[in-house]
Design a protein around this ligand. Structure first.
Ligand code: FDA
Length: 305
């Protein structure tokens, strides 16, 4: 219930203004966001690398309503990639892109053009790109853009949200050789007409999608902090003869850091999603919605404790 309220608030401009303007909010946001600037993100990335973790970096922003803003976000990605290149992170570097940040809601061709520029910048920096998945109305468009991008940049990956009824079919279509699929539970408020509701149903759907990806020929990126799903991934990897380099785990910056390091210490590739930038509101509200305890933490910080 609280999660639904927070997800509704994540789309409210009024709540955004009040929350963003509150000075103590920053302290709480820092738990989930690696700073506002590229140098701050760079520092966080180097710390994670030292701990044996790979990264996927997100320049925060979504639902851009102006072509100029979409171009500015594209340029921010290109600057970021220029900074990442000299760090020589190799396969450890990836960027994550929300197509709505680079113009998807304005014009699909604009988003494609901007995403192409980011893929070219990533190739020059020796990095890969994965497309985030946003609300259900954007899935077809995102998969169309993915197909176009893969013509020149076949390593481009995409997130699939297990909570959508359609996702088992999408996983089947994407489980081919060379395909990189990040399986997530799904973080948006979706109606029962398109998505499973409640943790038990979503977890079962996640396992069905995971099975398809692990059986298939692609590279599954298992993006979850859920121990049960991690155990099931290990069973499926054994069953399908996948060794540790044939799939990877992904988790969010600031969430279950001990688990990230333990998995990496056991020889797994663990990629941490590192968001940075000043447009953190939507991202932050989705993290609060995922876990009521985060709200208590937030309220305590607002109270100065
Ligand atoms: P679940 O929510 O059941 O959590 C399992 C456990 O993890 C919890 O018990 C708790 O210990 C810990 N945990 C989870 N979330 C937490 C939080 N916010 N704060 C503190 N602890 C927390 N979604 C989407 O719709 N589109 C996308 O493109 C992406 N991209 C993406 C990339 C990566 C790398 C990750 C890890 C996740 C996403 N997501 C996403 C978010 C995803 O859909 C989902 O909302 C979160 O990962 C939480 O789900 P879990 O699988 O962790 O399970």
């Amino acid at each position: 219930m609280l999660g639904h309220v927070l997800l509704a608030a994540s789309g409210s401009r009024l709540v955004r203004r009040s929350v963003s303007g509150f000075p103590l909010t920053r302290r709480v946001v820092d738990r989930f966001v690696a700073g506002e600037s590229v140098p701050e993100a760079r520092e966080a990335i180097l710390r994670l690398r030292e701990a044996g973790l790979s990264v996927t970096v997100d320049h925060l922003g979504e639902e851009t309503r102006d072509a100029g803003d979409a171009t500015a976000i594209t340029k921010a990605y290109l600057t970021l990639l220029e900074e990442l290149g000299p760090l020589e992170l190799g396969g450890a570097a990836e960027v994550s892109v929300k197509l709505s940040a680079v113009g998807q809601a304005l014009d699909e061709d604009l988003a494609l053009e901007n995403a192409r520029a980011i893929c070219a910048g990533a190739a020059a920096a020796g990095a890969t790109v994965t497309l985030d998945m946003e609300d259900h109305t954007t899935v077809d468009s995102t998969l169309r853009i993915l197909r176009e991008l893969r013509r020149d940049h076949p390593s481009t990956g995409v997130a699939v949200q297990a909570y959508l009824y359609r996702s088992e079919d999408d996983c089947r279509a994407l489980a081919h050789e060379g395909s990189r699929v990040r399986l997530v539970k799904g973080a948006y408020r979706e109606p029962a007409s398109v998505a499973h509701q409640g943790k038990a149903a979503v977890d079962k759907a996640y396992v069905r999608c995971l099975r398809i990806l692990m059986e298939g020929q692609g590279y599954p990126m298992v993006a979850t902090h859920d121990d049960r799903l991690i155990s099931i991934t290990e069973l499926l990897a054994d069953r399908h003869g996948r060794s540790r380099g044939d799939y990877e785990y992904q988790m969010l910056y600031g969430i279950r850091t001990d688990r990230q390091e333990a998995l990496a210490g056991a020889g797994h590739t663990v990629r941490v999603y590192v968001p940075y930038g000043d447009d953190w509101y939507g991202y932050f509200m989705r993290r609060l919605a995922e876990r009521p305890a985060n709200v208590a933490f937030f309220l305590r910080a607002l109270g100065g404790k």
